[in-house]
Design a protein around this ligand. Structure first.
Ligand code: GDP
Length: 528
């Protein structure tokens, strides 16, 4: 096997999907712990706090109780290299999350045992379904009273439309939580308070028939367990690798992230069965992960990761071949070679300079705005990966500047922040307004905050008479010029210099479309 095939086969690239508060952050910490990142004690939350110290930007996140930045964490586990792509939790950052989900090969769904399937989980699940992403499920907070596990599986099956194959099964719940049974290996892992609850240091019985187990948990719990297991067998599906990989069935685990209980069983199963990088579609052909030449696509841009340096980082998912530090790559959209200098990898301990990266890995490329979401990099072939969604803004506001002398900074800030993809920025042809479009209303607050924090500009956002936006284009240049002259009042250009029709009403849009049948009106800027 070639180096690339071998390394690709070791990769497990995934994201966690959940409703806020289900325990995503806590579970991430525990997973990193198993990955040997234990020295960063306090880990994910601690890291958030550390960044907070360097940038007040995090204060907003704290204030709102949401996670608005996402990152990439890589850790080795056994023979595997696990890449965990974090997703922002708040609904207003949905489109960012959706794009992260295009860059993973599988997902882990976390459900709060007391709350069951929640609204945000339903939405994210719909996104996973678009690509048949394989999903594993962790039912969390078993140390608390929650729903009956069998009814919970029922809920997952009926609400999310996916079959459940329990891999572990809880023995009791809340104060009566005794442990879990591994339904495949037969092992029983006890839940023992005050321990670390890893495979190594919790008490394990080889099977539920071990008499020592009954002595430990009592005859009543034992009888209840046997009865339940019989029910489970009748009410659930056996694990089927093919169905899991097709996104039709989800293996289910029970545990408590905060107690680090049931997490290692999940991780062991995950590295054994979760898919390594899969082939990816482009506009011309499918690209296999074992191909020798580098290819990848950009799924996320983050401006000002380090406010001291005003850097912009484009996150590229490697789809084939090998990335070597300092190599040149072909930026397909511009048709230019770019030196990928100072690219970052994301080891759990910290961002560091990448030496090599393989399919499934993510690298961060510093740039000054030349790279956009959806861009493809190759070693020369004109490929273009498909399926990276771009979202139509639904809300529009006009930026109002406190200090008119800061117009330049305002423009720059709006343009750079809109490169991240969560907002879009428009300059009308006929006025000096600066209009921002967003999918969620919270984004206006975020942008106002970041303008002040990162660009030193105080601005507010006020209502503007725009109901919807359409990117316009026309193959016939002369007809387009005509259209532009007639509709100048409603036209603006976006940050990339493309024409956008801003319609005050839906009716106005309809009329404009009828009057210009040769012009295409697109709801999103395409990332072709
Ligand atoms: P996120 O919003 O999904 O990232 O959730 P967090 O990981 O921040 O967890 C939300 C809250 O649930 C926090 O207060 C956690 O301490 C708590 N939590 C997480 N896992 C467990 C668990 O297994 N049991 C209990 N009782 N609480 C938990």
């Amino acid at each position: 096997m070639s180096d690339v095939s071998l390394q690709a086969a070791r990769r497990r690239t995934f994201a966690i999907i959940s409703h806020p508060d289900a325990g995503k952050t806590t579970l991430t910490e525990k997973l990193l712990l198993f990955g040997g990142a234990i020295q960063m004690a306090g880990s994910v939350k601690g890291r958030k706090a550390a960044r907070h110290a360097t940038s007040d930007w995090m204060a907003l996140e704290k204030e709102r109780g949401i996670s608005v930045t996402s990152s990439v964490m890589q850790f080795p586990y056994g023979d595997s290299i696990v890449n965990l792509l974090d997703t922002p939790g708040h609904a207003d950052f949905g489109e960012d999350t959706y794009r992260v989900l295009t860059a993973v090969d599988s997902a882990l769904m976390v459900i709060d045992v007391a709350k069951g399937v929640e609204e945000r989980t339903i939405k994210l699940m719909e996104v996973c379904r678009l690509r048949d992403t394989p999903i594993m499920t962790f039912i969390n907070k078993l140390d608390r009273e929650g729903k009956n596990p069998i009814e919970l599986l029922d809920e997952v099956e009926s609400v999310l439309g996916i079959q459940c194959a329990p891999i572990t099964w809880p023995i009791g719940m809340g104060k009566r939580l005794k442990g879990v049974v591994h339904l495949v290996s037969g092992e029983v892992h006890l839940f023992e308070q005050g321990r670390n609850f890893t495979r190594q240091d919790s008490t394990i019985f080889a099977s539920i028939d071990d008499p020592a187990l009954e002595a430990r948990i009592g005859a009543a719990a034992m009888a209840e367990l046997r009865e339940e297991l019989e029910l489970v067998e009748g009410a659930s599906h056996p694990f089927d690798l093919g169905k899991y990989l097709a996104g039709e069935l989800t293996p289910v685990f029970f545990g408590s992230a905060v107690n680090n209980f049931g997490v290692q069983l999940l991780l062991d199963f995950f590295v054994a069965h979760a898919p390594s990088p899969r082939p990816r579609e482009t506009t011309t052909r499918e690209v296999g992960p074992t191909e020798g030449k580098l290819s990848g696509f950009v799924f996320k841009i983050q401006a000002n990761m380090d406010p001291q340096h005003r850097d912009r980082v484009a996150f590229m998912r490697v789809c084939s071949g090998r990335f070597n530090a300092g190599m040149k790559a072909f930026h397909v959209r511009s048709g230019k070679e770019m030196k990928l200098a100072n690219a970052l990898t994301f080891m759990a301990s910290d961002r560091e300079i990448a030496e090599t990266a393989y399919p499934g890995d993510v690298i961060g490329i510093h740039n000054h705005g030349t790279i956009s979401i959806g861009d493809t990099f190759t070693e020369g072939e004109k490929l273009s990966f498909t399926g990276i969604p771009n979202f139509a803004p639904e809300l529009f506001r006009r930026a109002r500047l406190r200090d008119p002398l800061k117009l330049k900074q305002l423009q720059k800030g709006l343009a750079q922040l809109s490169e991240e993809g969560a907002t879009q920025f428009f300059k009308p042809l006929m006025s000096n307004d600066l209009i921002l479009g967003a999918v969620g209303v919270l984004q206006f607050d975020v942008v106002a905050y970041r303008l002040k924090d990162e660009y030193g500009v105080e601005a507010s956002f006020e209502p503007v008479n725009v109901a919807t936006a359409r990117w316009v284009r026309c193959a016939n240049e002369k007809k387009f010029e005509e259209f532009r002259d007639k509709n100048a009042v409603n036209l603006s250009v976006d940050a990339a210099g493309e024409y956008v029709y801003l319609a005050p009403t839906r009716v106005n849009l309809q009329l404009a479309q009828e009057r210009a049948p040769d012009v295409e009106f697109l709801a999103t800027r395409e990332h072709a």
